[in-house]
Design a protein around this ligand. Sequence first.
Ligand code: IMP
Length: 181
Amino acid sequence: MDGTGDYELDHIILTRDAINKRVSEIAASISEEYRGEELIFTGVLKGAVIFMSDLVRSLDRSVDAKMDFIAVSSYGNASTSSGAVKMIKDMDTYIEGKNVILVEDIMDTGLTLSYLREMLMARGPSAFRTCVLLEKPDRKKVDSIMDYRGFTMPDEFVVGYGLDYAGKWRNLPDIWCVTKR
Ligand code: IMP
């Protein structure tokens, strides 16, 4: 069955081709900025895993890309934000004096990104950038600086390409809107 609980897939909002094209463009911009330098890609688990793995493979060879991960509390099984952000898994890399790029799947209220930015900036990286695949500007509660953005989108709940609803649909190659049954 094509559904989880009371939600089901409705329509594709971003095709795999549109995503791939945009990911290549972002990778080209990052490569331009960090050619020949070390850059620590820090993915926010679990949603950013697929985006980040495509992104790093599209980089110019000269970028010395390292990968690490961080996990924070998510919405659980609800599709609206609780507003609370809690660290579940820290990154392993010591980032003082290093170039760091935080990779996130989606910016909804902006709370996750601003929390992580403040926490990681306190560790003294030499440069800190944020890279977010999707932004929902209508939902924004806090201003978070976004250095690289994939797409802006309307206030819809989406799944696929790493994004989930209750742990489901991360594996879909396209990004879909879900609706209540
Ligand atoms: P924020 O802290 O409100 O910006 O929320 C960011 C997190 O909420 C993302 O990393 C996702 O885990 C989750 N999220 C927000 N909107 C969606 C959505 O449309 N689909 C799937 N997850 C979402």
